[in-house]
Design a protein around this ligand. Structure first.
Ligand code: IPE
Ligand code: IPE
Ligand code: MG
Length: 247
């Protein structure tokens, strides 16, 4: 009986929710402020969604924090975002560890400065449950990430592995290839939410979101809080995932 109820819950609660956090700049401009105010306020929305996700029993929450393309923004904004990232990671890591929330940061991290990269590695280590048990939830921050970059770096590693394992070239399955993506140890997203009214994927998890449900919401990211996250879960529960089959 309990088993049956658990099964029902796993169907309606997405295992992995991913968010394209968009609209920080517009949120700030609408208030007559500089774009960076929107980024700072957006951190509050991340906190709120982490709480809401953990409370709802979501096992993986991922957020798109900075894309490969975002490096092309004015250097002052890029610098601000990297500083903010460092400050937030440093400020949040203890609280995450206490709540058994594991932090992972994924992306083209070679492009980050050595200080930020070192902070990230330390924070990831710090949030590994000390008792060796499962975390309550895993929070993945996609930083300096793009979907095409991920697929290309995977293809390079795949090719290198095939030198020693020629059978890979003939026989590799999709799962064999996916082991080279930076998300190899993560489930694919079930639900991808994008805020700010834009309806595009912006080079995010191209491979991994192949069968994700998408939810586009008009609110700017700094306005997206717990109730909005819960509403997104409710919308997901009403979706009918068919995976190409007939029901
Ligand atoms: C999302 O907000 C944050 C990042 C992409 C880093 P934006 O900065 O894209 O804000 P808008 O879309 O210009 O309003
Ligand atoms: C997507 O937002 C990237 C992140 C949320 C980190 P952008 O604001 O960079 O996307 P575009 O430029 O509107 O497609
Ligand atoms: Mg944007």
């Amino acid at each position: 009986m309990t088993d049956h109820m658990d099964t029902d819950k796993t169907v309606s609660i997405p295992r992995h929710v991913s968010i394209i956090m968009d609209g920080n700049g517009r949120w700030a401009k609408e208030r007559g402020k500089e774009r960076v105010f929107g980024h700072a306020e957006g951190v509050e929305s991340v906190r709120a969604c982490v709480e809401a996700a953990a409370e709802a029993g979501v096992k993986y929450l991922s957020v798109f924090a900075f894309s490969e393309e975002n490096w092309n923004r004015p250097s002052a904004e890029v610098g601000y975002l990297m500083q903010l990232m460092r400050k937030v990671i440093e400020g949040e890591v203890d609280s995450l560890a206490e709540r058994r929330i594991r932090l992972l940061v994924r992306g083209h991290l070679d492009r980050l400065g050595p200080d930020l990269a070192a902070d990230i590695r330390r924070a990831e280590q710090r949030t590994v449950p000390a008792d060796g048990g499962e975390p309550l939830m895993t929070l993945v921050v996609f930083l300096s990430y793009s979907g095409k970059w991920d697929i290309l770096q995977a293809a390079r590693k795949f090719a290198a592995a095939a030198v020693h394992q020629p059978a890979l070239l003939e026989e590799a399955s999709e799962a064999d290839f996916a082991r080279f993506l930076v998300t190899a140890d993560l489930p694919d997203p079930d639900l991808v939410i994008r805020t700010s009214g834009e309806q595009r994927i912006s080079n995010y998890l191209l491979w991994q979101a192949a069968y994700a449900e998408f939810l586009f919401v008009d609110k700017m990211w700094p306005d997206f809080r717990k109730d909005d996250f819960r509403a997104a879960l409710a919308a997901y529960a009403n979706r009918d995932r068919r995976y190409g089959k007939v029901k």
